[in-house]
Design a protein around this ligand. Structure first.
Ligand code: CP
Ligand code: NVA
Length: 306
């Protein structure tokens, strides 16, 4: 593993290695044991978009590993004045041991990896959110140890998070149903790639426009915002088009009795998810947010330790 750009680039053994180390780091963290596996290392974190979880979990995680996190808001760097990604990647590679980037264009993260000399971690692009997807399957596995027995139902806008969930399901042999309104489907190329990957693991990937059909009897209902970062101008139309895709108590009643509800957060309470569900006993969202920390620490250790 040289970079973490997409779950599609990983094989199942690599994902298992991340999960095993994440579980070990989580246990050590909870016992209060020191685990300075990246002492002396620096991670630069480039943000073109806002963040709470990604910033805090990477920054805290790097500190817990004994390393130094460096937050770079793109607009405060020379990137904001037109210095190229090519030159920025080359320069950063002379100072730091790894780069985490949250960008609009997916190509920006690919270029950081192409031109820089250090590992690059994708902290969300318009196309993918792999750290989220990995933390999500780690969280699901904590509740349902055999992912082969699990069906995940993603309900809402087919977006970057959906794409990473599709890739993760395909690699891990977990069934996934995606329900979106017409016009809000995941992109066709991602679906086709995930379906190809799924042939090796036996995962079933299905798409529908009927949320009821998607959640029937499933172990996991997952949703995300209807308006992702960069789509703010479309918010009003999206609220209208996605209104029938809210995760509420009635929808949850159609899932398996032991079902959990997941959301990458930030949530828009009253839109894609109700207060009742977010604050209810079946919500796994806070564990899910915590697991970003442990899974990303594992990723950093695997990519950056000597
Ligand atoms: N889920 C997630 O990536 O949250 P942030 O946008 O707060 O980083
Ligand atoms: N799909 C959302 C995820 C936020 C973590 C977005 O891109 O804004």
């Amino acid at each position: 593993m040289q970079h973490l750009i997409s779950i599609h680039d990983l094989d199942q053994d690599q994902i298992r290695e991340i999960f095993d180390l994440a579980a070990d780091l989580k246990a050590r963290q909870h016992r209060g044991e020191e685990h300075r596996l990246l002492a002396g290392k620096t991670l630069a974190m480039i943000f073109e978009k806002p963040s709470t979880r990604t910033r805090v979990s990477f920054e805290t995680g790097m500190a817990q590993l004994g390393g130094h996190p460096l937050v770079l808001n793109a607009g405060d760097t020379q990137l904001g004045r037109g210095e190229t990604i090519h030159d920025t990647a080359k320069v950063l590679g002379r100072y730091v041991d790894g780069i985490m980037a949250r960008t609009f264009a997916h190509e920006t993260v690919l270029d950081l990896a192409k031109y820089g000399s250090v590992p690059v971690i994708n902290g969300l692009t318009d196309l993918l959110h792999p750290c989220q997807g990995l933390a999500d399957y780690f969280t699901i596995q904590e509740r349902f140890p055999d992912l082969g027995d699990v069906t995940v139902s993603y309900v809402g806008d087919g977006n970057n998070v959906t794409h990473s969930l599709l890739y993760g399901a395909a690699k891990l042999g977990c069934d996934i149903r995606v329900a979106t309104p017409p016009g809000y489907e995941p992109i066709a190329d991602v679906i086709a790639t995930a379906k190809r990957d799924a042939e090796a693991t036996g995962a079933t990937i299905s798409l529908t426009h009927d949320p009821k059909e998607a959640v029937d009897g499933v172990q996991v209902i997952y949703t995300d915002t209807w308006t992702s970062m960069g789509q703010e101008d479309e918010a009003k139309q999206r609220r209208k088009d996605l209104a029938g895709f809210q995760v509420n108590q009635a929808m949850l009643g159609a899932a398996a009795p032991e079902a959990i509800v997941m959301h990458c957060l930030p949530a828009h309470r009253g839109e894609e998810i109700t207060d009742e569900v977010m604050d209810g006993p079946q919500a796994a969202v806070w564990d899910e947010a915590e697991n970003r920390l442990h899974v990303q620490k594992a990723i950093m250790v695997l990519l950056m330790r000597d």
